[in-house]
Design a protein around this ligand. Structure first.
Ligand code: ARG
Length: 261
């Protein structure tokens, strides 16, 4: 074989070895601080234990926060958490002002027309709560046209309270920005009942025993999902893959135990 060809082959081999040495033969995983994408994720923080504010750190906290943070780490992206009114979440997603909603949001058919939901991660439902000791209201059927019933703005609870008002079953649907204020009004008698999610109502009951109680059956079964802008399949696939990994490796159960047991 001519000397020139041998030299040329040796030069090519030397160049290939040099290239491999520079790049280590693999991309730097984004999760290790490479050019990891950052997504803006929003929640409304009066919804414990899913979405709340840590009393000590004043940081956003909750089941949704821990689960979404775990998914982000698993999938090699970063998160910027923001809080906003619950009714503003879907419009913000549609406008591209945020990338993800992680806010105990029921993946309803109506909402699926506007946004795309991840695999659902928590089965819930609505309940009626009253001030402890109330003997007039034993279920939703005992609500009367002289009563005011609360719900949080933009939520399925508010939708049901509004439906009861529009059908003449109650005198007023009182809509609140924050559930914390709604709970206070329930305790002080400004409203006769509050329609809210079962696990969150239980959380408020646990934090102040003897203040409010749940009456009747669970209404309107729900399933919470993380939401992304309609058509953003790349991000949705990452969230679903990360969620499955968290279920498979036991992280989901650890986060569940932290917030519910
Ligand atoms: N699950 C109900 C809904 O999807 C209430 C969600 C309220 N979430 C919150 N972070 N405030 O409408």
């Amino acid at each position: 074989m001519e000397k020139k060809k041998i030299v040329a082959i040796l030069l090519v081999l030397a160049m290939m070895l040099t290239f491999t040495a520079c790049t280590g033969g693999k991309e730097t995983p984004a999760a290790e601080g490479g050019d990891a994408p950052t997504y803006k994720v929003a929640m409304e923080p009066t919804f414990p234990p899913f979405d709340t504010i840590d009393e000590e750190t004043q940081e956003l906290a909750g089941f949704d926060v821990d689960l979404m943070n775990a998914i982000a780490e698993d999938q090699g992206f970063k998160l910027e958490w923001v809080n906003m009114g619950f009714d503003g979440l879907i419009p913000a997603l549609e406008a591209g002002n945020i990338d993800i909603i992680a806010s105990g949001m029921n993946a309803s058919e109506e909402r699926r027309e506007k946004v795309d939901f991840s695999t659902t991660y928590y089965d819930s439902g609505l309940v009626v709560a009253v001030k402890a000791g109330n003997t007039d209201i034993k279920s939703i059927d005992d609500l009367t046209p002289d009563m005011k019933v609360g719900g949080q703005i933009g939520t399925t609870g508010a939708d049901l309270a509004t439906e009861l008002f529009e059908t003449g079953k109650i005198g007023e649907a009182k809509i609140y920005n924050g559930l914390d204020v709604a709970i206070m009004d329930l305790q002080n008698g400004a409203i006769a009942a509050l329609i809210n999610d079962l696990p969150v109502t239980k959380s408020y009951m646990d934090s102040k025993p003897g203040a409010i109680e749940i009456v009747g059956d669970v209404l309107n079964a729900e399933a919470y999902g993380f939401a992304v802008k309609k058509g953003n399949t790349e991000l949705l696939d990452k969230i679903n893959a990360g969620m499955q990994n968290m279920i498979d490796n036991g992280t989901f159960d650890e986060i569940y135990k932290k917030w519910f047991e």
